[in-house]
Ligand binder design. Structure first.
Ligand code: BGC
Length: 783
């Protein structure tokens, strides 16, 4: 039956009911039109399932900046395809991703979810990702439309910029997506754009998105973002989540009162039914899933980026001293709604140990977090079976057991909602500590509630309360204590029922050996490094910096990591630094070390991928997707903090490298050394909007080059106009690649619409700090 006939079967209240979610990640079904309840799940680096956190164990992919650093649309397509498989296994119809907001200021807390500072690179990779996902029968939801580049006051901030900037920069990835990938849904952002809430922005939603671009999919709100009934008249189709919300009866009344047209409501439902028909045509789930681990490992390695020391990485498999908290507890993902629960996380220590065996020595580093992490999987075991991990037992109010479950990866927050412990009165988290551990221990709990925490013969009664309702979920409160050694002791944390209401569902057990004090850790690292032929120091950020709903205040590495690097570099004969972070960090020790590898947030196989590239089993082929400043405050845009509610995009068109030129950052967008060297021979125009570039591998290893072409217009900021990948180029081999320039960056927004940019120069560069060729752009007549 066609959609118009189905629509005719629904009266106004029945239609309106469908336009607000039924639950956090689920819509209402409607038997009258054969509509099943559609199910959403967050992305963009894994499909958590229809829960807010926790969920079942699912594949954790490398984060968006690491995927983007491959500059490879084939890999972005693979990521989409892989997520589609993960979604179909869980009966998820729409994955809420990709995130296509830009890296405007490096302080943005959520940049780890977004691809790049460049709109063309973002748009092209997102297009491939969405195609991969939707070809697998699962809807994509590019987000957040639009100008959502920072987290501070994210639900009220007004992002302000000239229309030209909005069109040429921030709308461009969405425009490319709609034209080239036809996403089935799009998510309207929390923020206002030039004074109007994104969810109510008639000019952008109805005018640009659905009008000019002819988007035929569904626009949903970000979670709890819809502010008024009026939004329904202005282009928003679906309020998320539900069942409460500003539409419902109020929307029915608004239609009766003539404030919203029934046609508008009908169009929202039309789009919803279109989405249902699209996900309904899904192909069946594949019988055998491909080997995920190998695939994830290769994606992660491809995006890793050699920042300095192209002649030092890779190195021989000699003895290696590995230092740093991030080596042991590698950060595989950022924080917030993008989080998933992976089956395992291969730390960098695990990865290098698997490759080097006893030629590896591992040393913990300095403290990197201000708040405790859930238990280290290597430190706790299930009291029932002895397997590594913890046990969760729940009891009902009458004391009867509700459920008992084993958790192999305790190093993540657990969400009790929706699982076997849902609604339990008492929750007990328990684990045994190692018999061999004789030092002090730090134990405790994460999660709201009244807890009794017992270890050995000590009981602690504590009340753990969050600062507010949001932080109970996004940044849950904790309580910990340091105790003398209790070898083989049983740690039990029991949460009693609250006096009223349901307690927040996020909980975790904290248990770890008390680490050395920072000063001692630095001294010990320097002593171990003295005379070491090869030291690898792993530094990085944690979800305390790279998370949703909070921006950073500095790019400095947390804690005393800089001191640790300096101490090791001063003592070891050769020092390689691995940066485990999604976004730029300051490197005041850069001149003191021999090489720096940027490893992103590499997902569940991250440690193996780092070992692969350090030891020369795969090339780290990444090129930076964001410019790295040398100091806090540098660059075209810095503060993410609104002034009087307004975040002025004052740098205008000069976002990222476009606004840096001609100043020099620490590393340019597009920079990355790989494991070989390249000569650029010539760049021949091939028609007005393409260039054939010939490169030669002048090194000793078969390598991959990303050939980048920038347009430097006479009167506008420089911009990436196209790129091509030269794969598997043998030493001494010359390869010609054709780089097509995207017409959507060869135009400017004038008051009366798009106008072509004529002339200018085409710059072939490995990032603007390493320009190789510079040619006049041919005029159309030359072509
Ligand atoms: C985020 C979205 C996410 C949604 C559902 C919001 O807080 O901004 O990106 O999809 O929550 O978890």
């Amino acid at each position: 039956m066609d959609i118009e006939t189905l629509l005719d079967k629904l009266d106004l209240p029945a239609m309106v009911r469908l336009l607000t979610g039924a639950a956090m990640f689920e819509l209402h079904g409607e038997p009258a039109v054969g509509l099943k309840p559609l199910v959403f799940s967050d992305g963009p680096s894994g499909v958590r399932g229809p829960v807010f956190s926790g969920g079942r164990a699912v594949a954790l992919l490398p984060n968006a900046t690491l995927v983007a650093s491959t500059w490879d649309t084939r890999i972005a397509h693979d990521v989409g395809a892989l997520l589609a498989e993960e979604a179909r296994e869980q009966d998820v119809d729409v994955v809420l991703g990709p995130t296509v907001n830009l890296h405007r200021t490096p302080l943005g807390g959520r940049l780890f979810e977004a691809f790049s500072e460049d709109p063309l690179l973002t748009g092209a990779l997102a297009t491939a990702y969405v195609r991969g996902l939707q070809e697998g029968g699962v809807g994509a939801c590019p987000k957040h439309f639009v100008a959502n580049e920072a987290e501070t006051d994210r639900t009220s901030v007004d992002s302000r910029m000239a229309e030209r900037v909005l069109r040429e920069v921030y709308l461009l990835p969405f425009e490319m997506l709609v034209a080239d990938a036809q996403p089935w849904t799009i998510m309207a952002a929390y923020n206002d754009v030039n004074g109007v809430p994104s969810t109510e922005h008639r000019e952008l939603l109805d005018g640009v998105l659905k009008g000019e671009w002819a988007f035929d999919g569904l626009v949903m709100s970000d979670w709890f973002a819809t502010k008024s009934t009026l939004a329904a008249a202005n282009g928003l189709d679906l309020v998320m989540p539900g069942p409460e919300g500003p539409w419902g009866d109020a929307l029915v009344e608004a239609v009766h009162a003539g404030e919203v047209s029934e046609d508008a409501v009908r169009d929202h439902v039309r789009r919803l039914l279109r989405l249902a028909s699209r996900v309904g045509c899904r192909t069946s789930a594949p019988a055998a899933l491909p080997a995920r681990d190998e695939h994830l490992r290769s994606i992660a390695a491809s995006g890793m980026t050699v920042l300095t020391g192209g002649d030092v990485i890779p190195f021989e498999e000699a003895p290696v001293l590995l230092v740093g908290r991030h080596a042991l507890r590698t950060v595989a993902q950022g924080g917030g709604s993008a989080q998933v629960r992976p089956p395992h996380v291969v730390s960098i220590a695990d990865g290098l140990r698997a490759a080097l065996g006893d030629r590896l020595t591992v040393l913990d580093g300095v403290e990197v977090r201000a708040t405790p992490e859930p238990a280290d999987p290597a430190f706790v075991s299930d009291p029932d079976t002895g397997a590594p991990g913890i046990r969760v037992t729940s009891r009902q109010a009458d004391g009867g057991e509700q459920a008992s479950t084993y958790h192999a990866v305790p190093s993540l927050l657990l969400d009790l909602e929706g699982g076997p412990h849902d609604g339990a009165a008492h929750v007990v988290l328990s684990a045994d500590l190692p018999l061999t551990h004789t030092g002090e221990v730090e134990v405790g709990v994460i999660g709201t509630g009244r807890w009794t925490v017992s270890l050995g013969d000590r009981d602690h009664e504590v009340t753990v309360a969050p600062a507010d309702a949001i932080s109970a979920v996004l940044d849950p409160p904790h309580w910990t204590v340091r105790l003398p050694a209790v070898p083989g002791g049983r740690l039990v944390a029991t949460r009693r029922p609250p006096d009223e209401g349901r307690p927040a569902s996020i909980v975790a057990l904290v248990a770890r050996p008390v680490p050395r004090a920072d000063e001692d850790a630095i001294t010990a690292a320097a002593a171990a490094a003295a005379g070491a032929a090869r030291a690898v120091v792993v530094v990085g950020l944690t979800p305390e910096q790279e998370m949703e709903a909070k921006d950073k205040t500095t790019l400095a590495l947390p804690g005393r990591q800089d001191d640790l690097v300096r101490a090791v570099a001063a003592a070891a004969r050769s020092t390689v630094v691995v940066v485990n972070a999604a976004t730029p960090v300051l490197m005041p020790w850069l001149e003191d070390v021999d090489a720096v590898l940027w490893a992103g947030l590499p997902g569940q196989e991250g440690g193996h991928a780092v070992a692969d590239v350090l030891l020369g089993r795969r090339e780290a082929t990444g090129r930076l997707v964001t410019t790295f400043p040398a100091a806090d405050g540098d660059g075209p845009a810095w503060s993410p903090v609104p002034v009087d509610g307004v975040l002025e995009y004052a740098e205008g068109l000069g976002v990222g490298y476009r606004g840096w030129a001609p100043d020099s950052p620490l590393f340019w967008f597009g920079h990355g050394l790989g494991w070989t060297t390249w000569a650029y021979h010539d760049a021949e125009p091939d028609g007005p909007d393409a260039l054939v570039v010939t490169v030669e591998n002048t090194g000793t290893r078969t390598g991959r080059e990303v050939v980048q072409v920038y347009l430097r217009p006479d009167d506008d900021p420089v911009r990436l106009a196209g790129w091509a990948v030269a794969d598997d180029v043998a030493p001494g081999e010359r390869r010609s690649v054709r780089v097509t320039l995207d017409p959507r960056v060869l135009r400017r927004w004038a008051p009366d619409g798009w106008a072509p940019i004529h002339g200018g120069r085409l710059v072939v560069a490995r990032g603007l700090g390493d320009v190789r060729l510079d040619v006049a752009r041919p005029s159309p007549a030359d072509g």
